[in-house]
Design a protein around this ligand. Sequence first.
Ligand SMILES: O=C(O)CCC(=O)C(=O)O
Length: 259
Amino acid sequence: MSLKPLTTFGPKEHEKFMEKGYLRLGKVLSDNGLEALQQRIDDIMLGRIRYENMRYQLDSKTGVYSEMPVESIGHKGETLQYRKIMDLEQDPLHLAYMQCPLFREITRHYIGEDVSIFRAMFMNKSANQGTVLPWHQDVGFGWGLDRNPIITVWTALDDATEANGCMQIVPGGHKVGVVNERHFISEADAEAHALEKRAIYLEAEAGEAILLNNLTPHRSGVNRTSQPRRAFSAAYMDAATRPRSGDKEFPIIFGENAL
Ligand SMILES: O=C(O)CCC(=O)C(=O)O
C-alpha cells in the first residue's frame, strides 16, 4: 500500500526528524504529477526540451566516481545516460513541485520566510549503470557557501531499491556535526563513526519524498537492474546565503522575489 503524503508538518514530525536526521514525507507526488516529472526529465535528457543554461553531466562508463565526465552548462547529447542535471528550477514543472505547500511549511519551520535553493538536481542511476557516490554530507564549506544549508528534499521518480542504487543513510548520523567540511567523508572517518555498520538502505516508492538533514551521512551505489533509478533532489537554504567568494545570488523559491 502506498504511503499517504504528509499534509502538515507538526511537532511530532519535527521530533522524529530531529532524532533520525531524515523523515519520510510519503507519496507527495500524485500519479499524474509523477508521470509528468518522469516524462519531463526524459524529454530534457533526450533534448526534446532544451534549457540553454542548465548544467548537465553524463554518467561514467565504469561506475567509478573519479572517472565521471565533467559537469558543465549545455546539453551533451540525446541519451538517457545522464548522471546529473542541475538548475531545474528553470523548468516550470520542477519549480512548481519544489514550491508545493508542504515544502513551504517545512522550509518555514527550519529556514524562515525567504528561502533559496543551492541546487535543484536530477540524480540518475541509468539502467545497468550509475556511479558510486561515496559517503558525504551536504555542507556549506564544501559547496563554497558562507553557511550550511539545513535541509534537502529528495524525491524518488522510480521505485528506489537496494538493487538499483537507492540512497544509504546513517540514521541519527547528523548528530556528530560536520565530519569533513569539504563534503566527502574519508574512509578513516567513516570507520571511526561506524557508518557502514549503522547504515540503512533508504528504499523508496516512486513519488515518495524524503526530508534529509544535510548533515546526515549518505551515499549511493550503482544500478544493477534494467530500469533507471531517477530522483529529484532540492537543497533549500536561507535566501541570505551567499558564496564564500563572489556575489552570486541563488534562485529564490519562497518569499520576496520568489521565482
Ligand atoms: O540520489 C542519490 O543517489 C544521491 C543524492 C544526494 O546525494 C543528494 O540528494 O544529496
